[in-house]
Design a protein around this ligand. Structure first.
Ligand code: OXD
Ligand code: MN
Length: 602
């Protein structure tokens, strides 16, 4: 195979050249493709997947430049059980991560990767997480045997020659990925190759590298997203004094034309994409989107916390997305998008549960089988996804690609809690806000393989994404607040759209109505005196939340803000037990806050 001449023309970066040569030697592909990131290349990779049966092109009239595909039924979500943080010392991965000795893990993985790309093409994808040329951006280089990954990275990142140019002579994060299904001579490929026996998503935080084997789906395979932009970046952020967070970023403009930016952390599949591109139900209040999943934030010289979105696209949960729930997402996915595990209509468009009230009479389900509304199963998998370029969203903020980032005035945490936590509350101060983030818990959703609906602690919505000891991560947050005191330090809030009444129904309509809560948050960061003190934090004064035009009973309102001391005392007990897993790595700021909450509840 003669790719060396091309490689030398493609880059002069000697350690990159060396690494690629080593990966080719290890994986033994039939061909090597060095990605340039051009539109032509993207079209040709997609056309090749149409020929191989992975992609079905969608109706050009209805959804131009778009494709449908369905995965292997055993490869539908992130695999947290198979995700490892292989720091040198187990304590540095902490009690919330799977750990294995890095040398042992590498030895085992090198065995798996040896010859794993036989019969396939090895693609080399240089990609930038963050706007090209931003000092906050980071460059990764992914080697993969999945053309689906190449097409997805084209949408989700700035990839190809431009990223290579931005890399210059600097360090890159090596990201090795294989679906783990070598092809023997003459063996026919399947439409979604993935290993049926081994899946490993592995991070080496000290050497800042990633190896992922056996899965072709989402965060397991698009290594720029969860692996680099959260797990590895959180480690870099700890070392360099910044934050890599599982947060959306939005801009909110008041009817008076004043604009503020907020970043909000919610666990996977809890409505980040909907909030990020919210269509406000409040006249005069305008929302604009900077990002829907990840925020990289650092304090600038003036003490403002500035955020960039490291991604260039949306990898959003499709079910539940509709012109009612999120019209801006529907417009963003109108063209040039990839749909994975949704249903296919007879005229080659897409459908999923919640897109319309009545399903089409006949569909091809996510399993590739004929489906009718009489079927007992869902037509789309609950974790079915769309992959769409961010620039297609009609409400992208004018500053969404600003290399400096946008200044954040408020940070918001939220989980899916059917009881206990109120619609919104504000922390008393930064340390209390960090405690609120640390105490986040939520019901498990279909975004990860596991027990759906069960409540679990998910501090900062980072449980599956923190690349080091979560106790140290709390300390890092506390430390940053201490280092940057002053009026520009963002205020911290906690929201819960999912509280249920005694009848088991949601008390709050959510979606566009969440604008009302954001309006109160906006007013609070402006210093408006419209909050009452409760033992758990500050909540809106009576009539401070704008409920105009909303049909909400007095009882529902009461329940939404009810702080029941007996429930909160249980919460304290539960948190104390949970925090004890961090042992001596739990910072005193968190234990102090827990004790203070306990005494306020007396
Ligand atoms: C995602 C996730 O895909 O959080 O964003 O699972
Ligand atoms: Mn996410």
């Amino acid at each position: 195979m003669r790719f060396n001449e091309d490689l030398i023309k493609w880059t002069k970066h000697s350690s990159l050249i060396h690494w690629i040569q080593e990966m080719v030697k290890l994986c033994r592909p039939d061909q090597v493709h060095l990605c340039d990131g051009s539109q032509e290349e993207h079209e040709s990779v997609c056309a090749q997947m149409v020929r191989s049966g992975t992609f079905i092109p969608l109706n050009e009239q209805k959804r131009p430049g778009s494709f449908w595909c369905h995965s292997d039924p055993n490869d539908v979500a992130r695999v947290e059980d198979a995700t490892f943080i292989c720091s040198k010392r187990k304590e540095d991965a902490g009690p919330t991560n799977n750990w294995k000795d890095p040398e042992e893990m590498k030895k085992m993985l090198l065995g798996l990767f040896s010859g794993c790309m036989r019969g396939r093409t090895l693609y080399v994808i240089p990609f930038s997480m963050g706007p090209l040329g931003s000092p906050s951006s980071r460059i990764g280089v992914q080697v993969t045997d999945s053309p689906y990954v190449v097409a997805s990275m084209y949408i989700m990142t700035r990839m190809g020659r431009s990223a290579l140019k931005a890399l210059g002579e600097e360090n890159f994060v090596p990201c090795l990925h294989s679906v783990g299904v070598p092809l023997e001579p003459g063996q026919k490929d399947v439409s979604w190759p993935c290993s049926s026996t081994h899946k490993y998503i592995v991070h080496f935080p000290e050497e800042r590298s990633i190896m992922s084997y056996g899965s072709g789906y989402g965060g397991n395979a698009l290594l720029g997203k969860k692996c680099l932009a959260l797990r590895i970046a959180s480690v870099i952020g700890r070392d360099e004094g910044w934050l890599a967070e599982h947060m959306l970023i939005l801009g909110l403009t008041s009817p008076q034309g004043e604009k503020k930016y907020f970043a909000a952390a919610f666990p996977s599949a809890c409505g980040k994409t909907n909030l990020a591109m919210l269509k406000s139900e409040l006249p005069g209040w305008k929302f604009e989107c900077v990002g829907d999943d990840i925020a990289w934030m650092r304090f600038d010289q003036d003490g403002s916390l500035r955020a960039i979105n490291p991604e260039a696209g949306f990898f959003g949960v499709a079910p539940g997305t509709s012109f009612k729930s999120n019209p801006n997402a529907m417009l963003a996915i109108a063209k040039n998008s990839i749909f994975t595990n949704v249903a296919l209509t007879l005229d080659h468009d897409v459908w999923w549960e919640g897109m319309t009230d009545t399903p089409p009479a006949q569909l091809t389900s996510w399993l590739g089988k004929p489906w009718t509304p009489n079927d007992q199963t869902k037509a789309a998998h609950p974790n079915a996804r769309f992959t769409a370029p961010a620039k297609q969203c009609p409400v992208m903020d004018p500053a969404w690609e600003d290399p400096k980032g946008v200044p954040i005035s408020g940070l918001i945490f939220g989980g899916r809690r059917s009881s206990v936590t109120p619609l919104v509350c504000e922390s008393f101060n930064w340390e209390h806000g960090v405690f609120l983030g640390a105490s986040l818990s939520s019901e498990i959703t279909a975004a990860a393989a596991g027990e759906i609906g069960k409540q679990r602690h998910d501090p900062f919505a980072m449980l599956p994404f923190c690349g080091y000891n979560m106790g140290d991560y709390f300390a890092h947050w506390l430390e940053l607040g201490k280092k940057h005191p002053g009026p520009k330090l963002p205020k911290i809030f906690y929201v819960n759209w999912f509280r249920k009444g005694t009848d088991g129904k949601f008390l709050w309509p959510g979606f566009g109505e969440n604008a009302r809560v954001l309006k109160w948050i906006f007013e609070r960061v402006k210093g408006q005196d419209n909050a009452d003190v409760t033992p758990i934090g500050l909540i809106p004064k009576k009539d401070a939340l704008d409920f105009s035009g909303l049909k909400l009973s007095q009882e529902a309102l009461q329940e939404l803000f009810d702080v029941k001391p007996e429930e909160w005392r249980k919460e304290v007990e539960d948190l104390r037990k949970y925090f004890s897993i961090f042992k001596d790595r739990l910072p005193s700021g968190i234990t102090d806050q827990l004790s203070q909450l306990e005494s306020r509840l007396k």
